[in-house]
Write a protein that binds this ligand. Sequence first.
Ligand SMILES: [Zn+2]
Length: 135
Amino acid sequence: MELTNENFILIRNPAMIDENERLNTFKNWRFKRGNCTKDKMAKAGFFKVGKEDNDEVRCFVCLNVFEHWDRGDDPFKEHGSLYPDCHFAILQKEQADFTVEDWIRIMNQRKIILNELRIKMKLNELTVAISDSLN
Ligand SMILES: [Zn+2]
């Protein structure tokens, strides 16, 4: 998924902080049984992104993309092994059990990562504008 203004709006959607809202993004999700069902994905912090027929998901905290799921994958474990710095993955607990401190950590990390993405996106725009102006 390319980082465009339009995609950024989807990525930064604050509604994705809510587990039920994340669950609602999984339309026609292909895993009906096993570890990768849509409610297990939403519990592990993921919401669906990209085309409807792929298995691309994004974490609402670290905002990283995960895809190519196998039925046996444990979403929480995959999350932690690919991005061990994500506070959501570090906590390894249900959102309903988060303490205020957990939420502060998570929301701070999310804010920092969103700012980094915003800067990256602006840099891309500038690079394109500069190369266009040179041609
Ligand atoms: Zn994460």
